[in-house]
Ligand binder design. Structure first.
Ligand SMILES: C[S@@+](CC[C@H](N)C(=O)[O-])C[C@H]1O[C@@H](n2cnc3c(N)ncnc32)[C@H](O)[C@@H]1O
Length: 300
């Protein structure tokens, strides 16, 4: 029977030949999953033999990664904002750059005035919540906040509810199936949205891990990538015109790194009385369209 070390060595060679990223780490993570053990345990027991059943399970996982299924789906989870989230083919795998949306939302929510104002209502609406990454991260760090999260995909909402339950915040996040703001009557102080923003042309050129495995509804941003972003901005503008009682103060929308100019132009045209700007992520890429609303704007 081959040992753990021998099995890993063979797997690393196969992953390398298939051009999978970080073959050694990937092989260890997959074998740890097959064994139901930690990576550290593997290192400490590298000379032990592996029985045939574990070998088979491990080979199955390995084949999935070699066939370009994303590692997070094969492992069944991904870390976001220090939280372990369940992910599978029903949801987009949360990306590290999206943590900026959670940061910006938390910063806004922590303003004293906002804390007082929103004690009894929803503090934040996350549009297109996917795995629930953003509202769950915010709820964990804003223990009094109540949040609303929507997605057009019932499958995605099922995963988001599971994640909220695992992190003990299910009682503070309402998950609603909706097309953007349809059916959402009032706007809370903060809106976050990481809507699909990949252009039709770009989708065809995405790596196979993304193109063939992540949900199309989570990627497709229409002709120029900003179709859903513009629709959301228009819905916000319409709500601000019709609903005097809105407490909206800020909206943070993730965009593609090359979409800054177009997104800013759209925001300034659709919401001329708000202050729109672009925020950069830690890699220095233009990543978030940030829109600030003042009371006077809302009361127009
Ligand atoms: C790029 S994914 C982001 C998921 C999650 N917010 C994150 O950051 O990991 C976009 C999400 O928007 C949802 N979505 C797409 N079109 C939508 C629409 N018209 N209304 C609401 N949600 C939509 C998709 O189902 C998907 O879950």
């Amino acid at each position: 029977m081959p040992t753990i070390q021998e099995t890993l060595r063979a797997a690393v060679a196969r992953l390398g030949a298939a051009h999978v990223d970080a073959p050694a780490t990937t092989a260890r993570l997959l074998l740890a999953k097959a064994l139901g053990r930690s990576k550290e345990w593997l290192i400490a027991h590298s000379a032990e033999p592996l029985d045939a059943a574990i070998q088979r399970d491990f080979q199955d996982l390995l084949e999935r990664v070699i066939a370009h299924e994303p590692l997070a789906y094969v492992l069944g989870h991904r870390e976001f904002y220090g939280l372990d989230l369940i992910v599978d083919r029903r949801v987009l795998i949360p990306r590290p750059e999206t943590e900026l949306l959670a940061d910006l939302a938390l910063h806004e929510l922590k303003s004293e005035a906002l804390k007082r104002e929103t004690a009894a209502q929803f503090s934040l609406l996350d549009v297109g919540t996917g795995s629930g990454a953003i509202p769950i991260a915010v709820a964990k760090h804003a223990p009094n906040a109540k949040l609303l999260a929507t997605d057009v995909s019932a499958d995605a909402l099922a995963v988001a509810r599971l994640n909220a339950g695992r992190h003990g915040v299910a009682d503070r996040i309402a998950f609603v199936q909706a097309d953007l703001l349809d059916g959402i009557a009032t706007l809370p102080p903060v809106i976050t949205a990481n809507l699909p923003y990949v252009t039709r042309a770009e989708i065809e050129g995405l790596p196979p891990e993304i193109q063939a495995h992540e949900p199309r509804v989570a990627l497709d941003g229409g002709e120029d990538g900003l179709v859903l972003v513009r629709r959301l901005l228009q819905q916000i503008a319409d709500r601000l015109k019709t609903c005097q009682a809105t407490s909206l103060r800020a909206a943070y929308l993730e965009i593609g790194a090359a979409q800054d100019a177009a997104a800013l132009t759209d925001a300034r045209r659709i919401l001329p009385n708000a202050h729109s700007e672009i925020k950069r992520d830690l890699a220095g890429l233009d990543r978030v369209l940030a829109i600030h609303f003042s009371r006077t704007v809302n009361d127009d």
